[in-house]
Design a protein around this ligand. Structure first.
Ligand code: ADP
Ligand code: MG
Length: 240
């Protein structure tokens, strides 16, 4: 199994002096190609901090974050931004689409920022929208789509161009149960196709789609399942 994401003894302290918050305290974490890892834990336990560090959107106070063997801390700003756009896809709870762009334009944007020709980027965007089941909505604007449809666009944007790492922070939080399950199925399919996925979720039934669950509390890993027994966490009937 090839390692896509590796955090080695990572800490993140926000603020200074009396207002210091230790969001992560020496966490080590790995995600392999083909694997979906669920991260669970109470509010404030450091889940979002873990994801922003993994995505190169924030830098650790100490420790290292590597993507496919490249230490993000060793890269300059421009190289880090390039690696982020080419290798890492991010899915947020509130979709984060650009309202002035159509679905296809939202998905094409990261490719265009990477220098791909607009026509080629749009063509690829349409193909990925087709893949996530909303090819017919490519020319709609976000406010002309339901929440579930918008989240499909966000997933298409996160996976376009063979990205190797998909980070999803409570991506189903704003969706009804059935739509949430469909979004999880899409994430699962991308991991089965070879990406590494990290999913922050509150819901055990969503974690059931993962190969492994990591539990955080107060910025440390307090427990984790090995690959098989995720289903054992759940009541009968909730397994996939
Ligand atoms: P979770 O996603 O598990 O709810 P977070 O990673 O968002 O947890 O937050 C972990 C801790 O770090 C919390 O105590 C939170 O208040 C604090 N924190 C997160 N981001 C910041 C920030 N930018 N500045 C100060 N404190 C922060
Ligand atoms: Mg959070």
């Amino acid at each position: 199994m090839s390692t896509v994401l590796a955090l080695a003894v990572v800490s993140r302290v926000h603020g200074h002096g009396a207002s210091e918050v230790h969001a992560l305290r020496g966490i080590s974490f790995t995600a392999y190609a083909g694997e979906l890892v669920a991260v669970m834990g109470p509010s404030g336990s450091g889940k979002s901090t873990l994801l922003t560090l993994a995505g190169g959107l924030d830098t650790p106070t100490s420790g290292t974050v590597s993507i496919e063997g490249r230490d993000l801390g060793g890269l300059g700003h421009a190289d880090r931004a390039r690696l982020r756009r080419s290798s890492i896809g991010y899915v947020f709870q509130d979709f984060n689409l650009i309202p002035a762009l159509t679905a296809a334009e939202n998905v094409a944007l990261p490719r265009e920022l990477d220098g791909e020709r607009p026509r080629a980027a749009k063509k690829l965007a349409r193909a990925v929208l087709e893949e996530v089941g909303i090819g017919d909505l490519a020319d709609r604007f976000p406010d002309e789509m339901s929440g579930g449809q918008q989240q499909r666009v966000a997933i298409a944007r996160a996976v376009v161009g063979e990205r190797r790492l998909i980070l999803a922070d409570e991506p189903t939080g704003a969706l009804d149960t059935e739509t949430g399950e469909e979004i999880l199925k899409l994430l699962r399919a991308r991991c089965d196709a070879g990406a590494a996925g990290v999913l922050v979720t509150h819901e055990a039934r969503h974690a059931a789609w993962a190969d492994r669950v990591v539990f955080l509390r107060d910025g440390i890993v307090v427990d984790q399942t090995s690959s098989a027994p995720v289903d054992a966490l759940l009541e009968p009937g909730l397994t996939r």
